[in-house]
Ligand binder design. Structure first.
Ligand code: NDP
Ligand code: 8X3
Length: 252
């Protein structure tokens, strides 16, 4: 069997781009997300283009029981996961703390922090049994800096940064690699999700400069994963050339 990559949030953006890059590199794929129709379309496309096999798992990463039961139901040969890309995540709203929505806060913390933990616990145990594995966590510049109104999203990504460092230490004795990739602005569905379908507001985020595209981050992840066995990239911050920090963007 080929090597296997498990990518969470493969229905859009960075996760979908990772699926293409890993398929190109002849990995079989476990693709997850909530939108089954998109997973099915992607799997058909990847089979046609690269002749790779995919297992599709539809679950909400916030639902602990769903995460565990879907992952554990995989056939044993699909549990030989070489690479886990913990990518599923989102932002909801952009409000000062005093006006924040409880629901938005819970959605971000449950998805970005708890969802990532649920998937990691199951898959890291497989990796320990298998004696190999590499976990790649999608952090953010929001996990390195805090910007106005970013409060809870930034907190959730700071948590990912801490978890990445913690995993690296805890999984060290097992030879499992752990990497965080922290992107700046990437034009995906991210801003549309943050602004709850307001496409005009979402578009404005990327006005006047060239943001990253999902493939830029997928290729960075592939770079980290394809290093020699004795090399671990602990973390990488990847920004558009026109963006120096979370808030310093040079717009024309
Ligand atoms: P997209 O909105 O394009 O994709 C997000 C993916 O996450 C989708 O596949 C979505 O699948 C999945 N997802 C979201 N919530 C859940 C859930 N509850 N259960 C399962 N899957 C879920 O965004 P990006 O590709 O940009 O984001 C990917 C990651 O990169 C996120 O962690 C984000 O925080 C991070 N990031 C993004 C940046 C950007 O500027 N775009 C910059 C820095 C980091 P579905 O809706 O089908 O469930
Ligand atoms: C996404 C990038 O700057 O909106 O993590 O936080 S930002």
């Amino acid at each position: 069997m080929s090597k296997i990559a498990l990518i969470t949030g493969a229905t859009a953006g960075i996760g979908e781009a990772c699926a293409h890059v890993f398929a190109r590199e002849r990995y079989d794929l476990i693709l997850t997300g909530r939108r089954t129709d998109r997973l099915e379309k992607l799997s058909t496309q990847l089979k046609k283009e690269y002749n790779v096999d995919s297992k599709l798992l539809t679950f909400d990463v916030r639902d602990r029981e769903e995460v565990i039961s879907n992952l554990e139901a995989l056939p044993d040969e699909w549990k030989k996961v070489n690479v886990l890309v913990n990518n599923a995540g989102l932002s909801q709203g952009l409000d000062p703390i005093q006006n924040g929505s409880y629901d938005d806060w819970e959605t971000m913390i449950d998805t970005n922090v708890k969802g990532l933990l649920y998937v990691t616990k199951v898959v890291s145990n497989w990796m320990i049994s298998n004696g190999f594995g590499h976990i790649v966590n999608l952090g953010s510049i929001a996990g390195k800096e805090v910007y106005p109104n970013g409060n809870v999203y930034c907190a959730s990504k700071h948590a990912v940064d801490a978890l990445n460092k913690g995993m690296r230490i805890d999984l060290l004795p097992y030879g499992i690699k752990v990497t965080a990739v922290h992107p700046g602005a990437v034009e995906t569905e991210f801003s549309e999700v943050r602004f709850k379908g307001d496409k005009t507001r979402a578009k404005k985020v990327y006005d006047g400069f060239e943001p990253l595209v999902a493939k830029d981050i997928a290729e960075t992840i592939w770079f980290a994963v394809s290093r020699p066995a004795h090399v671990n990239i602990n973390e990488l911050i990847v920004m558009p050339t026109a963006q120096a920090t979370a808030t310093n963007i040079f717009r024309k």
